[in-house]
Design a protein around this ligand. Sequence first.
Ligand code: CUA
Length: 339
Amino acid sequence: MPALSSAATGQQALLSDGQSPLRPAGPVAEGIAQMSWVLIAGASAVFLIVMLCVAAALWRRRAGPGTQPAPPTDTAAARRATRWWIVGAGTVFPLLVLVPLLLYAYTRTQALTLPQRGEGLVITVEAELWWWRIRYRDAAGGLEVVSANQIHLPVGRPVTLALLSDNVIHSFWVPALAGKVDMVPGRLHHLRLQASQPGVFRGQCAEFCGAQHARMALHVVAQPPEDFDRWLRAQAAPANTPRGGLALRGLAVFNERRCNACHSVRGLDTGAPGATLGPDLTHLAGRLHLGAGTLPFNGATLAAWIADPQHAKPGVRMPSYPLDAASMQALVAFLEQLR
Ligand code: CUA
């Protein structure tokens, strides 16, 4: 899906409606949508019956005592009727409706969170404050690929996500593809996921986790399997060596201004390998957004983000870097080459 790498498409993806559980784009989400409709139908039927009973009671009352004989209050028939309403409508009816719905929903949701057995891609997602660290294991080379805020999936292949957090509780939710699962410190949760069509699907942290919970978004890019394999191989490769004087100067700015204290760029001499506080930037320019879905990725937003990330995302851990124009231009040129 080469078209997705352009900034213009990034903007488009930001605006696309890829975040609705009622528009499922994979079998797991389809199961959830189906379950939702069954539960909505059940709840609507019960609501309708109750409203009909209320209407009937109001109608009888409005008809008034003059138009109908007063109901007998102490006959055997009246007592039987009262018992029927209490036992039948108050106990038997709810049991008949709610128990099957509960069992149905329980068995369906159990099947959604079980880790799948056998072959299949496993992607680790770690919730940070307030972004997502994504780890792939390249099956061929065994090399670990680290990325951020954008999960790539092969269309039609089942994927298991291993969900982790080492700070507070977050919740992983990409409504068009799967259900919502909490990410709890000290626990490993699994989520099955499968896309049945290519596209970009937005996800969102669904558990309040601090100041920038609302700007803790992520995007899932579902690609044809051969595109995905190519993408993963490219991700496993080290970063591009800066081409041209401007980009080389940009790498120097990156190191001088200590961007390297938080961000890794695998394969380049940043003077501080293995920094993991911030997102890995090895293939930064292949991402559609900046700041966990906060801004579309392009040169202008990149410069604005570096100069003052607190403006776009107040409270973000990254400090502001008000660089002079020449240094900023060089730094952005360097970062834009990290495809
Ligand atoms: Cu992370 Cu809300």
